[in-house]
Design a protein around this ligand. Sequence first.
Ligand SMILES: [Zn+2]
Length: 286
Amino acid sequence: MPELPEVEALAAYLRERAVGHTVQRFEVSSFSALKTYDPPASAVAGLELTSAGRHGKFLDIGLGPDLHLVVHLARAGWLHYRDGFKSPAPLKPGSGPIAIRVRLDDESGFDLTEAGTQKSLAAYLVRDPAEVPGVSRLGPDALAVSRDEFAARIKSRNGQVKGVIVDQEVLAGIGNAYSDEILHAAKMSPFALTGKLTDEQITTLYEAMREVEQDAVARSVGQKAAELKGEKRAGLRVHARTGLPCPVCGDTVREVSFADKSLQYCATCQTGGKPLADRRLSKLIR
Ligand SMILES: [Zn+2]
């Protein structure tokens, strides 16, 4: 799933490549992806692409004087920039992975795509990004929050730290991959309870969050969208590295599986050498 660094890099790429160009055609191929109907999709053609930014993991593309295309890429969504399109023909409804195509006046443009059968990419055409429910509920951005506000946000939810830091209402921008990386950098168990963290542990967690997210942004911005995923993978220390050695201590990276996702961690670095119980397995035994 694209998180803060990838969405930031996509926005940076659009600022460099697309801002200043006029939308020639705005095509919606997956009608379930566009969640709004007023203003209509037909209002976009002829508008200049004026800005590109993000709110947490939401991409925000400014159109004309007062419209925004706000996109949540969900798990398998992506933005593919095209220097040209093979065919001038309009997209047919339900065109495979392409949900929305934006053609610009220089013949370039981009596709918002979603792989797989579970379609959860969500796009909103709004006058104010705050009209998007997920945006209005966002907590402070992980890269903008101060240490004290971070402490207050973390303490506002008593739960396992992994779940709390990926809660977008607590902090905006962190997802499953970088939360594994942040907890590894902080040498903290994903199941540590936020209510029991000391001030020192919170400071360590805050600094790890800033370091991991800033490093990932620095690696990602400047990459072409097509290369971003490889760049993300190359920078990870524990996430999606089950069975491989921890680059810090050499212990084997372990995994805890849940019904629909998994987390990775290093027992030596994070849990005093003690492996965490596999949640899927412990359910079976019970
Ligand atoms: Zn380790």
